[in-house]
Design a protein around this ligand. Structure first.
Ligand code: PMP
Length: 415
């Protein structure tokens, strides 16, 4: 295995990085694990695992409501994470950071609060043809309830958005544009800043699904000027079951609460309930306290490696894999946008992606096969599914070579 890679005169010590991830050092079907399913979920460095274990070993207690030592310490750690996330996103205030269980629940929160309040009969919401189901279905449910319409920005054959079509889609009835920053099935990086500019010229707020960008690219909510943004902890080397919703304070302030319960209230009587201040208004009940604390460890870890370094290494992996897989006869890459993150979707003739995935598994290689919760993307390409290899900064060029040769072998057997 290569040990260190030079990036802009900085040494990216891949062996040291891999040693931070305990799960990577195991055999699968007697072969070294080659984990290339990072778009589905990333692996966790030891610092994240330790932070969760330490929390349960030393600090476990419910937050916000206790006057005792452990509760105050747990509250402090939980709220420190809010500051970590605020700084990471460059939000203006901690009030703009709401902890959820993940991207899906963040988007559903907006649909059920901002959406229900502002979308009425005949209004329109715009999404794109490359959205994950979690950025389609909540809007369909809302449109059904409100008799509103969902409109879809199309893509081209490279898997890029056709931005010019916004002119035809945006009307005075458009109430929200909800768009993915990076496609999980195509890898396309969307020109999100431009989309937000177009939307704002028409006084339309924008929700950004950052589930696949937060771990690869700098996401600065003030630079982007997005109105809402959602991401999941588990895609950025943090725990599952925790996520973030960012919202501009003035918008969150005007929104009704989503779930009712403890922590989100300031006073309850049977006659009347008043709600807590931001961000607690949207955090009913006991959340994933350990997960939130683990998320801070994950963000600190990513910052210590540096998003720029991560991006450079992953771009090299993607280029190498794209070059090598393109040479395989009969293999077609799905998603050839100019701007991509390290996601490589492909089909090979009539071979079913599940068969490819199963054969590669026997070589120790974990990839994802299926529609990747983006069935409209599959429909666009008239395919039922793809095989998808997705790379993280702990992946190596040896692993790209292993994927290439195992794939060649697999195709030979299955053809
Ligand atoms: N959006 C995108 C682009 C995704 O890739 C995913 C996860 N595959 C989601 C939303 C949903 O994320 P979660 O399941 O963590 O809520």
């Amino acid at each position: 295995m290569e040990t260190s890679i030079k990036l802009n005169n900085e040494v990216f010590d891949i062996e040291k990085i891999r040693s931070d991830f305990p799960i990577l050092h195991q055999l699968v079907h007697k072969k070294p694990l080659c984990y290339l399913d990072n778009a589905a979920s990333t692996q966790k460095p030891k610092v994240v695992i330790d932070s969760i274990s330490d929390f349960y070993s030393t600090t476990n207690s419910n937050i916000h409501r206790g006057v005792h030592f452990l509760s105050e310490k747990a509250t402090q750690n939980y709220e420190n994470t809010r500051t970590t996330v605020k700084d990471f996103l460059n939000a203006k205030s901690e009030k703009e950071i709401i902890f959820t269980s993940g991207t899906t629940s963040s988007i559903n929160l907006i649909a059920n609060t901002y959406g229900r309040k502002n979308v009425n009969k005949g209004d329109e919401i715009i999404v794109t043809n490359m959205e994950h189901h979690s950025n389609i279905v909540p809007w369909q449910i809302l449109c059904e309830e409100k008799n509103a319409n969902l409109r879809v920005l199309p893509i081209n054959n490279n898997g890029e958005l056709i931005l010019e079509k916004f002119n035809e889609l945006i009307t005075e009835r458009t109430k929200l544009i909800s768009v993915v920053h990076v496609s999980n099935s195509l890898g396309t990086i969307n020109p999100i800043k431009k989309i937000i500019e177009i939307a704002h010229k028409n006084n339309i707020p924008v929700l950004v699904d950052a589930a696949q960008s937060i771990q690869h690219l700098e996401v600065d909510v003030q630079k982007l000027d997005c109105d809402f943004l959602a991401f999941s902890g588990h895609k950025i080397y943090g725990p599952t079951g925790v996520g973030v919703l960012y919202g501009k304070e003035n918008l969150l302030e005007e929104m009704p609460p989503f779930m009712g319960g403890g922590d989100m209230i300031s006073k309850v009587t049977f006659e009347e309930t008043t709600f807590n201040d931001l961000p607690f208004k949207f955090e009913a009940g006991t959340g994933n306290i350990a997960g939130v604390i683990g998320l801070a460890a994950a963000i600190d870890y990513v910052k210590s490696i540096g998003l720029e370094n991560i991006n450079k290494h992953e771009a090299k992996l993607l280029n190498s894999a794209t070059e090598k897989l393109s040479e395989i006869k009969g293999l077609k890459i799905i998603g050839t946008a100019k701007e991509k993150t390290s996601v490589l979707s492909f089909v090979v003739g009539n071979i079913h992606p599940h068969d490819i995935g199963t054969f590669l598994d026997f070589e120790g290689i974990a990839i994802r096969t299926g529609h990747h919760c983006t069935q409209p993307v599959m429909d666009y390409y008239k395919i039922p599914a793809t095989s998808r290899a997705s790379f993280a900064f702990y992946n190596t060029f040896d692993e790209v070579d292993h994927l290439t040769s195992a794939l060649k072998k697999t195709i030979e057997v299955l053809s």
